[in-house]
Design a protein around this ligand. Structure first.
Ligand code: SAM
Length: 170
């Protein structure tokens, strides 16, 4: 697979995401590791990390304690050779990765574009139904040179309280 070296997760954000993992969790899955920034920060903090070479070739029967992810946001930075032929072109690829991951864990920490929650009422309701615990606003400099504004979605299956708004600056 060709790794898109653009828009890797900044280490400081990766550390912040790994620190959001619930206390009782000892391992996590990283579906789109790229240059492994999230995975490496996880290992440094003592987590066992399951990395994926090609998400489309994953073992779909596996479940994980937690998933920490920053998927590609556009088709051009995604490796789709092994994607299912019925992949819906209307669904943004990052959202596709996220919704597939929601079948694989009760705890997800996902760096996503804000559009994930603002562009579709149906999608927001689907996230709330799963359990949208918090949204953390990230600064524009998170991905220098990109116009996409991003946030961290903290999903916890069964969370039925209000979504908490946070911000993280560096
Ligand atoms: C926004 S970057 C984030 C990288 C990584 N999470 C990190 O810790 O820096 C998204 C990454 O997804 C990778 N990617 C694209 N398609 C993939 C696929 N089908 N399976 C696994 N990774 C993929 C790209 O190579 C890219 O490096």
């Amino acid at each position: 697979m060709i790794i898109d070296v653009n828009f890797q997760t900044p280490s400081i954000v990766a550390i912040h995401m790994v620190k959001m993992i619930p206390d009782y969790v000892g391992s996590f899955y990283e579906p789109t590791p790229g240059l492994h920034n999230i995975s490496e920060e996880g290992c440094k903090l003592g987590f066992t990390v399951h990395d994926e070479y090609d998400f489309f070739l994953r073992d779909q029967s596996k479940m994980y304690e937690c998933i920490v992810m920053n998927p590609p946001f556009s088709k051009k930075s995604a490796y789709t050779r092994n994607a299912p032929s019925d992949l819906d072109p209307k669904i943004p690829i990052g959202v596709y990765f996220l919704t597939e991951c929601m079948k694989m864990s009760d705890n997800i920490i996902a760096l996503m574009p804000w559009s994930t929650v603002t562009n579709s009422d149906k999608r927001l309701s689907m996230l709330k139904q799963f359990g949208l615990k918090s949204i953390t606003a990230l600064p524009r400099k998170t991905f220098p040179g990109s116009r996409v504004q991003v946030c961290i979605l903290e999903l916890k299956r069964g969370w039925d309280k209000e979504t908490i708004f946070k911000s993280f600056t560096f």
